[in-house]
Design a protein around this ligand. Sequence first.
Ligand code: F6P
Length: 342
Amino acid sequence: MRVGVLTGGGDCPGLNAVIRAVVRKGVRTHGFEFVGYRDGWKGPLEGLTMELGIQECRGILPRGGTILGSSRTNPFKIDGGVEKIKENLAADGVDALVAIGGEDTLGVATKLADLGVHVVGVPKTIDNDLSGTDFTFGFDTAVNIATEAIDRLHTTAESHHRVLVVEVMGRHAGWIALHAGIAGGASAVLIPEQPFDIEALCQQVEDRFKTRYAPIIVVSEGAVPAEGGDMTVASGEKDAFGHVRLGGIGDRIANEIEQRTGKEARAVVLGHIQRGGTPTAFDRWLATRFGLQAADAVADGDWGTMMALRGTKIIRVPLSEGTAELKVVSPEEYAEAQVFFG
Ligand code: F6P
């Protein structure tokens, strides 16, 4: 069997570990041949391929990013896009596709599977917002990077008696903020799921200054004030899946805190640092296991499934289950962290 592999959406640490594992298991156990499709769905859409075999995957396990490249191309937004993909797969002699991506990439995979394309999915995103799986790979690395940043910010904040506001990614889910905030001992964590009260936040800032410590506020890029208002948007331009670019809430909060409390407050935006570089051991382990299972799913002809972590097991769930709804932080999970605020 000839199998195409693609990586779509925002890159994340662990993508290369999946590619390596799919190829290794596919070649050695199932006798597959592989074709790499470049830049997400743009690859099969425009016939952009690269060689992909065991040799091409040597040395990529600890490398961040993706050797295949990525994009946010949506074939359903392009006239004749789906037909073009089907034609190119046939021309390349490709019988099946392994699509590695988040909500958007796997959303496309779900629709293509319904249209008869032989596709299996592997869930990735630093945001950890895909339902159907306990964790996506990339998340652990992002949380570790954010935690290390918070650890470093504590000492400089204390030296200068400043408030430091750390803005992290996550889009509409507060997982990175919550996990890194708890791990880093933040004075407050603001997430999109729980609109924040700026007055209460300022009180927590004042309370923290009564100790010998300085406040570190972790804010998810999608957080919103309780008194109303939209998410802070860095660019109103929408991508092919209708997402605007979030960013800027950290600065807004730092300004508010400074005005209301008179304490100096600065914002630090971690941005793409959270997505780049080498994956943690956990992410390499998870990505590798997803890749091994995806090769088996192809061998079984289990089309339209997504690999998922449940406890310590990797299972297959319908792709539609993985993309049906966003997995967000529950009020109970957020409440657990609140005892540390202030
Ligand atoms: O979905 C991953 C993610 O990093 C989000 O946390 C963030 O909002 C978005 O992608 C940023 O995307 P881009 O790099 O395309 O601006």
